[in-house]
Write a protein that binds this ligand. Structure first.
Ligand SMILES: [Zn+2]
Ligand SMILES: [Zn+2]
Length: 101
């Protein structure tokens, strides 16, 4: 039996929010928090977000679950690759990965 992760939890921290106390439920960051398609568009010229964070976005903790979670997580990670921040992820079995981008 192959050990595929079925849950990936990621938490982000960047220059803006690294000193804030982290709370999985409420912690938000306009820089490194998760964004939906609406507010996640990045201006190719400036490398900045085109629109401000919308109401439901900005969470620093993101949970990916299900069969495809590892791929989803990698996809999400890649969209963040231009930013200088740290992603801490674990797969629910105590394994931790640290990505410094
Ligand atoms: Zn941040
Ligand atoms: Zn949004």
């Amino acid at each position: 039996m192959r050990h595929e992760p079925n849950l990936v939890v990621s938490q982000t921290a960047c220059q803006v929010c690294k000193d804030d106390p982290f709370d999985p439920e409420t912690s938000k960051c306009h820089e490194c928090g998760s964004r939906c398609d609406q507010c996640g568009k990045i201006d190719q010229k400036t490398g900045q977000f085109q629109t401000p964070l919308c109401e439901s976005c900005g969470h620093r903790e993101r949970v990916f679950n299900g069969f495809n979670c590892a791929a989803e997580f990698c996809k999400w990670l890649c969209t963040k690759a231009h930013k200088n921040f740290t992603v801490l992820a674990h797969n629910g079995k105590g394994k931790q990965f640290m990505y410094r981008l």
